[in-house]
Design a protein around this ligand. Structure first.
Ligand SMILES: Nc1nc(=O)c2c([nH]1)NC[C@@H]1CN(c3ccc(C(=O)N[C@@H](CCC(=O)O)C(=O)O)cc3)C=[N+]21
Length: 269
């Protein structure tokens, strides 16, 4: 099996793939680093090369792409049957209508954490902070979805808050939430006064901030004031060491699915 990552800065993925997956043959991964000045056409040609290589089971293009390149065009250039990110428009569309597809890794990681922790979502109030197409939106799709349609349907009453939700409104929603999932990149967006006792908190934020004591160094922080909120939460994921590593695991799961070709393309035939 061979997975190819075509992106800038795929160090972590590459590293974990090599170390964690040890099947009979394992997953081999390869990082292709391309210059920031690459044209859209040249990038599409690189993708085409991997699309048609029988030795490549899955590939992804690390986002964000440079400003002069159209992200949607790039995501749709990846062969849908090799689209381990689940970002091809066909996989997104199939996901939205409960057909088998490659699930985006970060949202799948959130649901995997919820499921494996035994958190009840059925009929509960869930609040998603952030509406990005690759993270916030699919998380909300999962949470509100119908479990009887397969996949990860959470059957939760789901509210999506975003940059235009006034702070006092956000607090009203998070206060009444059983589950808060935040993916905004705003450190300390969620504080203890905003949540109820026993709340489940999944922190998907990843922001690099200057190290508090060591100038020149940076640390990774989430969207949640962990110190305060962890006093009230029944379950809370840290950053780092929470959703991130599970995301990498979900990417490997998708790579295995691409290899076994369990997800059929095209759908109808
Ligand atoms: N096409 C594409 N697909 C992606 O899935 C994608 C992407 N582009 N662009 C960037 C974001 C970000 N992302 C992360 C995955 C794992 C960790 C992770 O495991 N982080 C560790 C910490 C790593 C560290 O300390 O540097 C943790 O949270 O514990 C972080 C970030 C995937 N992304």
């Amino acid at each position: 099996m061979r997975a190819v990552v075509c992106y800038r800065g795929a160090r972590l993925f590459h590293h974990l793939l090599a170390r964690i997956v040890t099947g009979v043959r394992g997953i081999e991964s390869n990082t292709v680093r391309l210059p920031i000045s690459i044209t859209e056409q040249e990038l599409l040609a690189e993708i085409q090369l991997m699309n048609s290589a029988p030795s490549v089971d899955g590939l992804l293009v690390q986002l964000p792409v440079p400003q002069h390149i159209r992200e949607r065009v790039v995501c749709d250039a990846v062969a849908p049957q090799k689209d381990v990110d689940g970002f091809h428009i066909l996989n997104i569309g199939r996901f939205c209508v409960d057909e088998k597809s490659f699930m985006p890794a970060t949202p799948a990681a959130v649901m995997e954490i919820i499921r494996r922790s035994g958190v009840e979502t059925f009929g509960k109030n869930a609040v998603v902070c952030g509406r990005s197409k690759n993270v916030g939106l699919p998380i909300a799709m999962f949470l509100h979805g119908d479990a009887s349609h397969g996949n990860y349907g959470g059957d939760a009453t789901t509210t999506i808050c975003h940059r235009h939700t006034p702070p006092e409104q956000l607090k009203l929603f998070t206060k009444s939430a059983d589950i808060v999932i935040t993916a905004t990149g705003v450190p300390k967006l969620i504080t203890a006064d905003m949540v109820k006792e026993g709340v489940v908190i999944i922190d998907v934020g990843i922001t690099r901030v200057p190290h508090p004591h060591d100038p020149g160094k940076t640390v990774l922080v989430g969207d949640v004031d962990f110190e305060g909120v962890s006093q009230k939460a029944s379950l809370i994921t840290p950053v780092p060491g929470g959703v991130g590593p599970v995301t990498v695991a979900m990417l490997m799961k998708n790579t295995l699915l691409a290899y076994t070709k369990e997800i059929k393309f095209p759908l109808h035939n």
